[in-house]
Design a binder for this molecule. Structure first.
Ligand code: FES
Length: 80
């Protein structure tokens, strides 16, 4: 059986934006959430941005370590 490729994981279901697309945008200089929204359309779909919980940790990890997390742990701060 074929193993799912985490790079093809869809992070933003509203706008069908893959992890690869988001990682490329961050590598290309999207160093804030707003820049990720602008360059990929992830995070600004009709659900109101539930995928931002994943975009935040991806960006933060990249900016602090220079690499993306193997597994994205959603940031649930601020969620009740
Ligand atoms: S899942 Fe990304 S904005 Fe809805």
């Amino acid at each position: 059986m074929k193993k799912p490729n985490p790079k093809n994981e869809i992070i933003c279901l509203c706008n069908n934006v893959s992890r690869t697309t988001i990682e490329n945008a961050i590598r290309d200089g999207a160093n804030t959430l707003n820049k990720i929204f602008d360059t990929t359309t992830a995070g600004v779909g009709p659900c109101g941005g539930s995928c931002r919980r994943k975009l935040g940790p991806m960006l933060e990890t990249y900016l602090t370590t220079g690499a993306f997390p193997e597994k994205i742990v959603p940031d649930m701060r601020g969620k009740k």
